[in-house]
Write a new protein. Structure first.
Length: 367
């Protein structure tokens, strides 16, 4: 009897499959390799690259027809590669993205697009000059079922004009080298994209408030942080970003409009509400005491957005097959996020609201 996994792999290993190079096989890159190998239709991984070649070799050994190329630029240029996934550290992205543009290779780039505003803008300009949309940026929340449903309700006018949004972004812990600016650039950046996605306009200004730090946070880390965005039309979005809760991964968004509101990310499927035992208080006055509730909370982003990642990669593969190459946030969205985050870091450092400085999109034909 043929193993089911083997059968699926053989079925995907056809001449029509998109041949993908995955650059960077840390947690995110390895997750994409497994996703493409096991679940994505119409694609297979043919080349791996990592700063630590032994990691790539170990992964490649389990994938038929996959090999390791040690130089990332050679991996991009390889004739056995049709498209690229960048899961490499942010500082390497500019050079790798420009190589993808040079070789005409569609690329899914995990955020950030690049690590600063100027290089992100240069990538936007170079892609526009090439005459082809090639870059998709990995803001996966746009592909989450709840966010897609919320966006649909907004777009069909269910809430009328949007007025306000309230967001929560909590992590249980961060690596030891995580600093206060990284809360803005690595965590808050997702709310930046969500705001632009839901409100369909640019963010004009950012304020960051740093209340008293969590006693359990690493020394010097300003955590939590409260961000306040004002959009170009004057609408208000506030975000609690708290990355050392010690609890779990929590992402919630509430939008409020002229006709109503909606709240997503409640983990309601795992919440239980129940009476205490005993029901009566022990004061002897016969009063009932408050009930309690509990349940499982999503432990990490992998569980919370696993399906969103699956959808994101499948739709990207489908777009490349169709010749459109992008089905989701593109290079401009990556540049806009970089500009907002730069203003956010400055706001954190100065304690004052900061305007977001961006070029006019119309000034770059094809952007």
């Amino acid at each position: 009897m043929t193993d089911d996994t083997s059968t699926r792999s053989q079925a995907r290993g056809s001449a029509r499959d998109l041949r993908i190079a995955v650059l960077g096989v840390g947690m995110m890159g390895a997750d994409h390799v497994a996703r493409i190998t096991e679940r994505t239709k119409g694609a297979r991984v043919t080349v791996l690259n990592d700063y630590f070649p032994e990691k790539a070799e170990q992964l490649a050994a389990g994938i038929p027809g996959c090999r390791v190329i040690n130089d990332p630029l050679d991996a991009i240029a390889d004739p056995d590669v049709d498209a690229v996934i960048l899961a490499t550290p942010g500082p390497t992205h500019e050079k790798q993205l420009l190589a993808c543009i040079e070789h005409g290779k569609p690329v899914m780039c995990e955020k950030p697009l690049t690590t600063d505003v100027d290089t992100s803008l240069e990538v936007v300009k170079r892609e526009a000059a090439s005459g082809r949309k090639l870059i998709q940026v990995g803001f996966m929340r746009r592909f989450d079922d709840e966010y897609e449903q919320l966006k649909g309700l907004i777009d069909n006018g269910t809430f009328g004009q949007l007025l306000v949004a309230h967001c929560v972004h909590r992590n249980p812990a961060v690596p030891p080298n995580f600093d206060s600016a990284m809360i803005v650039k690595d965590s808050l950046v997702h709310e930046v994209d969500v705001t632009r996605f839901l409100f369909d306009e640019e963010i004009a200004s950012v304020q960051i408030i740093a209340p008293g730090s969590n006693p359990n946070a690493p020394a010097g880390l300003k955590d939590p942080q409260i961000a306040i965005f004002t959009t170009a039309s004057g609408r208000h979005i506030d975000v609690e970003c708290f990355v050392t809760t010690g609890v779990a991964y929590e992402v919630r968004t509430e939008v409020v409009g002229e006709f109503g509101s909606a709240f997503i990310g409640l983990d309601q499927g795992g919440v239980v509400r129940k009476q205490r035992n005993p029901v009566q208080s022990d004061t002897g006055d016969g009063r009932k005491i408050a009930g309690i509730w509990g349940g499982d909370i999503t432990p990490s982003f992998v569980e919370r957005f696993g399906r969103a990642y699956d959808t994101e990669i499948q739709r990207w593969v489908n777009a490349v097959h169709a010749g459109t190459n992008v089905d989701g946030p593109g290079a401009w969205d990556g540049y806009a996020a970089a500009a907002v985050c730069a203003a956010g870091v400055k706001a954190l450092e100065t304690g004052r609201p900061q305007s977001v400085e961006m070029v006019d999109r119309a000034s770059i034909p094809g952007a």
